[in-house]
Design a protein around this ligand. Structure first.
Ligand code: NAD
Ligand code: TYD
Length: 342
């Protein structure tokens, strides 16, 4: 079997860590090097099992640090770089956009410069469906395709859209072999507690109010994180250079229905639901058309939402140590700041 070295940035975060485990499990001949500077969202305890694997290396590096990235590339000579590292929470981007532009746009630039210098055979940029903006609720026939115009709404999605453009520019201008995936909302193990699904599970477990923004009718297209990891695995091995692939499972749900489902699964009352002030510029609906990745690479989501949400709730019940450590620290200050006046 082929030997490869893959640099996975942001591998101590939610999707990146799931990807690290997917790759270590599937490719025993690959070396996986995780680059992460461990922001509030990165957690080394997430990678505890990976750190026991001799094919795995963790490097605490900020992707904006060109010198440290160059040194790592000189040591590792990676075949493939998959960039998950980003500031990822829309609400934080509304409060403090600057770090989003710095990490999410300048980070990829530093990584692609190193890819260019060390002749890396693939740079994969992990992007999001949020770069397309939103769709109206009364047009269920509309979906995002890869040719939909970029129309980002939040500083977060604008920074991701910018990174996509820079990535495509590196392909066109320098011939860098890039691919981009634009995925819908993920859920599953190791999801940071500030995001909708884990936040609602943890609040419900503590009988705390469940803060639903606006009317709760905003729609997201949910995909189990393992299905996203499998899509990226396919794209980096078989995807066409210079191409964008949408990833999503035709699994649209209104926020309020997810919250009710979580309460039902946990046997908690709907009286915990509290409608709070809406998010500024709140996108109404996301919906991905995944025809291209299905037709070209044979990808299809495998986990149905009904099963995935039960698995996810079970994971949070069985891994309380993981999230207790997070919510007992600095996260408390964040929660007060975000929800204290709502
Ligand atoms: P996350 O916030 O859970 O993890 C991000 C990781 O990146 C953390 O480990 C953090 O420490 C690290 N990081 C941040 N800044 C860094 C820097 N300057 N240098 C090195 N490491 C840094 O995010 P996530 O939800 O796992 O998202 C991963 C990627 O997938 C992001 O690029 C995001 O835009 C994209 N994405 C996320 C979703 C979703 O539903 N969560 C959907 C589609 C796309
Ligand atoms: P989130 O998990 O932040 O993902 P994104 O904004 O990237 O889609 O939010 C998902 C949806 O849930 C979004 O419509 C905002 C909503 N939401 C709430 O209603 N309450 C909350 O406390 C949070 C964090 C999100």
């Amino acid at each position: 079997m082929d030997k490869k070295t893959i640099i996975v940035t942001g591998g101590a975060g939610f999707i990146g860590s799931n990807f690290v485990y997917h790759m270590l499990g599937k490719y025993p001949n690959y070396r996986i090097v995780c680059v992460d500077c461990l922001t509030y969202a990165g957690n080394l305890s997430t990678l505890k099992k990976a750190l026991e694997n001799p094919n795995f290396r963790f490097a605490k590096i900020d992707i904006r640090d060109a010198e440290a990235i160059d040194k790592l590339f000189a040591e590792e000579h990676p075949d493939i770089v998959v960039n998950f590292a980003a500031e990822s929470h829309v609400d934080r981007s509304i409060r403090d956009p600057k770090i989003f532009l710095e990490t999410n746009i300048m980070g990829p630039e530093v990584l692609m410069e190193a890819c260019k210098k060390y002749n890396v055979s693939r740079y994969h940029q992990v992007s999001t469906d949020e770069v397309y903006g939103d769709l109206p609720l009364d047009r269920p026939d509309l979906f995002f395709t890869e040719t939909t115009n970029l129309h980002a709404s939040s500083p977060y999605s604008a920074s991701k859209a910018s990174a996509d453009l820079v990535t495509l520019a590196y392909h066109r201008t320098y011939g860098l072999p890039v691919t981009i995936s634009r995925c819908s909302n993920n859920y599953g193990p190791y999801h940071f507690p500030e995001k909708l699904i884990p936040l609602m599970i943890i609040n419900a477990l503590h009988d705390k109010p469940l803060p639903v923004y606006g009317d709760g009718l905003n729609v997201r297209d949910w995909l189990y994180v393992e299905d996203h990891c499998k899509a990226i695995d396919l794209i980096i091995h078989n995807g066409k250079v210079g191409e964008v692939y949408n990833v999503g499972g035709h699994n649209e749900m209104a926020n309020i229905d997810i919250v009710k489902l979580i309460l039902k699964e946990l046997g908690k009352p709907e009286s915990l639901i509290t409608f709070v002030e809406d998010r500024k510029g709140h996108d109404r609906r996301y919906a991905i058309d995944p025809t291209k990745i299905h037709n070209e690479l044979g990808w299809l989501p495998e986990t149905k939402f009904a099963d995935g949400i039960v698995k996810t709730i079970k994971w949070y019940l069985e891994n309380e140590d993981w999230w207790q450590e997070i919510i007992s620290g600095d996260y408390q200050n964040y929660y007060e700041k975000m929800y204290g006046d709502k």
